[in-house]
Design a protein. Structure first.
Lengths: 353, 432
């Protein structure tokens, strides 16, 4: 079959020309904040890296308390380029969370969540939750000592939530303690539940972005702006970023291979300096700072409830910022700065303490 | 009224009531007899040494089992009259002479039937063992300055041996023995040294006992015996040390040194390791160096000298190969390489080193060669694995440099493509 008839054949069935038309029409507004548009694409690219490397790791990984650590050890020592795939998977996961945070705060400060993009924001916040869910579940999978105890502490914190805490803890752990049952279900969450839900929400998120086009910061709205074609100009710039990201991941993997540590041992004493992944650190540090008792309430419970309430407000942000008055805009900007500074400071304290 | 008219059940009741005062009187007498202890009553009101027996007997193992002053000292504790209570005609002993003490304690402690009523597993041969000890023999010869039961266990306030307050609790034994043996004045005339305690405190055994609180570590009585305390004879030293160091003692017993040491009249283990101030052994003890124990007897040209040299060389060889493997694995690990498997394998080489240090007691180079050969082989493999990890690291860095070149080249090419496309677009717009 010649190339042209094949394109025609596919076009008749898949309406490729209308998709191409859509891509040709898509434009990116150019202004001094356009740089932030790249971070959504970068996050999506890193998610793709996670899927690719994750599938390769699955070829050798064995999800049981008896074999998990040894299988990862086998991957990084015996499998050809296994070390590279495993390190890239770990580094890319962290970079993805970082670019996701940057993307989210850029959307926040540019107020890109406002009408008609409220649902895009909501799906975005859901994707953030799913990403940290990926991080939390994936952290345990090598079944090393640090991950074992960090998961123990992490699930214990979840267990403190009034009423639903205990059932959540038991559901996450698959029993009262972190055991092989926890590993098996975390593996299930990590490679089946979270990917399928994430794919569905990512697709929704992307369709909504295409539907509404790129948002322009409120201050520039209505002003004449230069525009760039998405294809090929913006896409090729995106591509440069992705190629450089591959270079950065390769460099990180080769120079700072992700440590495997020691195999988890439930009977061993907890190692000193247990701390969660960096993106949980600000919450972990907050819970350490809060006094054990605030008035007559348990400090830890109050902290967790406060984070829960904060997360909920963050989720329904587009509904709160409506109608947008100048005073409210100022309040939201200040709140955003406070949140960013708070997260940064507490994360730094968590690292140095 | 005729007695016969009284109903029979009434008669029984009368009889019962008639018995009540009699039973009460008996109980009263019994209770007062149990409670009455004129020794305690008087001595508790006294001062100084005369009050001590009462004060110290609180918590005493005998007191807690219902035994009292009269069970050892005799006399009559029911009498308030001092002359009657301490009447020597009634068997009162007062303060027993040292020569009487073993027999006094042995009256109960050598009686298997009696001791069984307290604890069926208690030994009852202490008195007999004591008579075989240096202490016992000296006592029998009329020496009064020797240890008897009370010297070690105390007179009043005697505690069970597993009670940390007991003078013979594992952690207190050396101090108890030192109370006499470390006193030069007291030991004058006995013609034995009095530096044992000082030396023992510096020993590996004392460190295990006091620093690590390892109660299984040996103290005086573990080597000398307790009731039968005596210095082990030259030929039985290996049996003493072998109680714990079983393998070393076994190897020594079947080694040529066993016979030779016997002929030379030198102590077995102590000849190389010393006795009270025994230090952790190190490889310096072996070989032909300055600190070597072998050169005490062997000199250049004899077979023992050659064997000592050879064994030391082999021990050094395996130690060096382990250090070399450890060092390269450390370097690989610091660089982020995963080397836990060769590090785990290296434990086999460390085991071989430990085994070969034990096999020294065969004094046969051929015996330790077998173990060392396999250990060196393992540590060489770990070393190679460390080297391979470092080579892999170097390969990764070179590979990274190459990959980064192509990645950056690709990024530049895309950038040039963008410029070309946009220049073309601009030209088209200008033309348009």
């Amino acid at each position: 079959m010649k190339a042209e008839p094949l394109t025609l054949w596919l076009d008749e069935r898949l309406s490729l020309s209308s998709l191409a038309q859509l891509a040709r029409k898509k434009e990116i507004p150019l202004h001094r904040h356009s740089i932030w548009y790249y971070f959504g694409g970068m996050t999506l690219f890193l998610f793709g890296v996670q899927v690719g490397t994750g599938i390769l790791l699955l070829l050798y990984y064995r999800p049981s308390a008896e074999a998990a650590f040894e299988s990862v050890q086998f991957i990084v020592t015996e499998v050809q380029f296994g070390w590279l795939i495993r390190s890239v998977h770990s580094w890319s996961a962290n970079l993805m969370i970082a670019t996701l945070f940057i993307h989210m705060f850029s959307v926040y400060f540019m107020r890109a969540y406002r009408q008609p993009r409220e649902i895009t924001w909501l799906t975005g916040v859901l994707l953030l939750l799913l990403a940290v869910g990926f991080g939390f579940s994936g952290y345990l999978l090598p079944w090393n000592k640090l991950a074992f105890f960090a998961t123990k502490v992490g699930t214990e914190i979840a267990g403190v939530v009034p009423l639903v805490g205990r059932p959540i803890l038991r559901f996450l752990r698959g029993g009262d303690d972190v055991t092989g049952a926890t590993l098996t279900r975390f593996f299930g969450f990590h490679v089946a539940v979270l990917p399928s839900v994430t794919t569905a929400i990512v697709v929704t998120h992307l369709i909504l972005v295409q539907m509404h086009g790129m948002s322009v910061p409120a201050s520039l709205e209505g002003k004449p702006l230069k525009r760039m074609k998405f294809f090929p100009s913006f896409f090729l710039r995106d591509l440069i970023g992705w190629v450089l990201a591959i270079g950065a991941l390769a460099a990180l993997a080769a120079i700072f291979p992700w440590e495997l540590g020691e195999k988890a041992d439930a009977f061993a004493p907890a190692p000193a300096g247990i701390r969660p992944e960096w993106y949980f650190l600000f919450m972990f540090q907050t819970l350490k700072i809060i006094p054990a008792k605030v008035l007559s309430f348990d400090g830890e419970v109050l902290g967790i409830l406060a984070f829960g309430a904060g997360g909920l407000l963050w989720f329904i942000l587009p509904l709160l910022d409506n109608p947008a008055t100048p005073r409210r805009r100022l309040l939201f900007t200040i709140t955003g700065v406070v949140v960013v500074v708070y997260i940064a400071v507490l994360t730094i304290i968590g690292f140095v303490s | 009224m005729k007695v016969t008219n009284v109903p029979s059940n009434w008669r029984s009741l009368v009889r019962v009531f008639a018995l009540v005062p009699a039973i009460a009187l008996l109980l009263l007498v019994n209770v007062s007899a149990q409670k009455k202890n004129s020794c305690v009553e008087c001595h508790s009101q006294m001062e100084g040494t005369l009050a001590e027996p009462v004060q110290r007997s609180k918590g005493d193992v005998h007191d807690s089992r219902g035994l009292s002053c009269v069970d050892c000292h005799r006399g009559d504790a029911t009498s308030d009259d001092i002359a009657l209570a301490m009447d020597r005609r009634k068997g009162f002993i007062g303060k027993p002479k040292p020569s009487d003490i073993p027999g006094l304690c042995g009256r109960c402690h050598s009686d298997a039937a009696f001791m069984k009523t307290f604890n069926p597993s208690l030994r009852v041969d202490q008195e007999r063992e004591y008579s075989t000890s240096v202490h016992g023999k000296l006592l029998k010869s009329g020496e009064q300055k020797v240890a008897t039961c009370v010297s070690c266990h105390g007179e009043h306030g005697i505690r069970a041996i597993n009670d940390p307050q007991s003078k013979v609790y594992a952690l207190n034994v050396a101090e108890t023995c030192a109370a006499c043996h470390a006193k030069s004045d007291y030991m004058k005339g006995f013609k034995i040294p009095n530096d044992q305690y000082g030396k023992y405190k510096t020993s590996v055994h004392a460190r295990a006992l006091y620093d690590k609180q390892d109660l299984s570590a040996p103290t005086c009585n573990d080597c000398h015996g307790n009731h039968g305390a005596a210095p082990p004879g030259l030929a039985s030293v290996a049996n003493v040390c072998g109680q714990c160091h079983v393998r070393q003692a076994g190897l020594f017993q079947s080694s040529p040194h066993k016979t030779v040491f016997g002929l030379m009249q030198v102590g077995e283990c102590v000849q190389c390791h010393s006795n009270h101030g025994i230090q952790p052994p190190n490889d310096e003890l072996l070989g032909i160096g300055e600190k070597s124990a072998c050169t005490q007897c062997h000199s250049e040209g004899d077979n023992g000298h050659a064997a000592a040299k050879r064994m030391r060389e082999r021990i050094d060889e395996i130690s060096t190969s382990i250090s070399r493997a450890n060092e390269i694995l450390d370097r690989a690990e610091r660089a982020g390489m995963e080397v836990s498997k060769p590090r785990f394998d290296l434990n086999d080489a460390k085991d071989a080193l430990t085994q070969s240090r034990v096999l020294i007691h065969t004094f046969s180079p051929a015996e330790i060669d077998k173990v060392i050969d396999s250990g060196v082989d393992v540590s060489n493999k770990s070393y190679e694995a460390g080297g391979a990890a470092l080579n892999e690291l170097s390969f990764r860095r070179k590979g990274l440099a190459g990959s980064l070149f192509f990645i950056l080249l690709l990024a530049v090419l895309i950038y040039l493509k963008i410029r070309e496309l946009e220049a073309r677009q601009e030209r088209l717009q200008n033309q348009g």
